[in-house]
Design a protein around this ligand. Structure first.
Ligand code: GDP
Length: 442
């Protein structure tokens, strides 16, 4: 995400940092390049113009130019300005009030509304709310089915909309349905069209009246750049949008929509979609995003992801097992599952400071299939084998390899890394445990 812009800005600043002293000309030259980089990133031209003007006013002062680290100072100013441009601080969902509360998801077809409804449902249930899903797109049976499938995966209630119902009737009945099911939040997946049209807007207005939603979230596809900004403006003028969810940021190398939507429409970006999976939704933090763009990393998001994925009780349990040397292949598998929950390794690499700029690392293929294969191997073992890896002889290994569709070499490699992990943990725990094999368990 933001690859091109990020690369260009970092180049400009590297040059600036290299200069001991800055003249007004140096800065103006750098700002010209910043403006070009923004335009190439498909940032709205007025936004780019005002942005650079604002920086120039702050940077071309005596304080910055005479400081010992003028380059750094300019970068800080740009960082602050980028943060402001994207809205300053994160905007949470406003879900205060008497339940059930409705959240309407609106936007064009294919923007990612249905997927986002599922992602939000997962996030809300993790936050201890009880959401239900409400498909209102009666024009596309497939959209209703898609939402029902998602609800099934999440184990959440879904209002059983039918294609011969009127959207307004669905909305009314869904409110009663939510109360009956004990749900506090309705995630309403509305119909989309290929273009903004009057009929659709009128329908959304009627739904808004019936639902009195706590939030109207516009779902927009980041990859469509300025079109996404246009769409956000139109929906906001007609309907009043309380927040934007910018999807497909994972595939957006330019970042124009993310940078201009707030400035052009005044609507805050509340979430960004960074993948197709249900957990690929992040709260949009303008400061962290700015820091990512400038190659300074986003360590806070990594820490939060880790906290979400690893629960403390499990971590303490693992530590105890390491200490007592009873860490089995079954535990090894649980850990792999937790690591997978962190999201794609490539996404994590992107958040590390300086990594975004390292092209070689980008090219490195992180083999996530390897994790899947490892899990398959462990799944093909009997429970007894998982608890006592030392009984794995040649014939057992052959059986496991065949069962998991892998090879004996791969099984051996896995056992080797498991033993290695145990050995390292024993050293880290330092508890003087010298036993070579895990304690037998029944
Ligand atoms: P809708 O017509 O607005 O309901 O759009 P869908 O939810 O059906 O999404 C359209 C396509 O975009 C699907 O293939 C989704 O998997 C994909 N999609 C949605 N959000 C994201 C995202 O954040 N990243 C990526 N890479 N794909 C997404």
């Amino acid at each position: 995400m933001f690859d091109n812009l990020s690369g260009k800005l970092q180049k400009v600043f590297k040059h600036l940092r290299g200069q001991g002293k800055l003249t007004e000309e140096n800065i103006q030259e750098a700002l010209r390049e910043v403006r070009l980089a923004l335009l190439e990133a498909d940032v709205h031209y007025k936004v780019a113009r005002d942005f650079v003007k604002g920086i120039a006013e702050r940077a071309v002062g005596r304080e910055v130019m005479q400081s010992l680290t003028p380059g750094q100072q300019v970068i800080k100013i740009v960082n602050d300005a980028l943060t402001d441009l994207m809205g300053g601080s994160a905007e949470p969902l406003r879900l205060a009030g008497k339940p059930p509360l409705a959240v309407m998801l609106v936007g064009l077809q294919g923007s990612g509304k249905t997927t986002t409804a599922g992602k939000l449902a997962l996030r809300l249930s993790r936050d201890k709310r009880r959401p239900c899903l409400v498909p209102v797109d009666v024009y596309r049976p497939a959209a209703i089915d898609q939402l029902k499938t998602l609800a099934g995966q999440l184990g959440l209630p879904v209002y059983p909309s039918k294609t011969d119902q009127r959207p307004e009737d669905i909305a009314r009945e869904a409110l009663a349905f939510a109360s009956r099911e004990g749900c506090d939040t309705l995630l309403v997946d509305t119909a989309g069209r290929l273009h903004v049209d009057d009929e659709l807007m009128a329908e959304l207005e009627r739904l808004k009246k019936i639902l009195s939603p706590a939030e109207i979230l516009l779902v927009a596809d980041a990859m469509t750049g300025q079109d996404a900004v246009q769409v956000a403006s139109s929906f906001n003028e007609r309907l009043g949008v309380s927040g934007v969810v910018l999807t497909k940021l994972d595939g957006d190398a330019r970042g124009g929509a993310a940078l201009s939507i707030r400035a052009v429409t005044g609507c805050p970006i509340k979430f960004v979609g960074v993948g197709e999976k249900l957990d690929a939704l992040e709260v949009f933090h303008p400061d962290r995003m700015s820091s990512r763009i400038l190659g300074m990393g986003d360590v806070l998001t990594i820490v939060e992801k880790a906290q979400e994925a690893f629960d403390e009780r499990q971590a303490a349990e693992m530590a105890r097992k390491f200490k007592e040397d009873t860490f089995s292949l079954e535990d090894f598998r649980d850990q792999l599952r937790q690591i997978k929950k962190l999201g794609s390794l490539e996404q994590i690499l992107e958040m590390l400071p300086g990594m975004g700029a390292m092209k070689e690392l980008k090219k490195m293929q992180v083999d996530e299939k390897e994790l899947v294969r490892t899990e398959a191997i462990i799944n093909s073992m009997t429970r007894q084998e998982r608890l006592n890896a030392e009984i794995l002889n040649a014939s057992r290994k052959r059986r496991i390899a065949a069962g998991s569709g892998t090879s004996v070499q791969e099984v051996n490699r896995l056992i080797k890394s498991y033993n290695e992990a145990r050995r390292m943990m024993r050293q880290m725990m330092g508890g003087g445990v010298t036993r070579k094999k895990p304690k037998k368990r029944r």
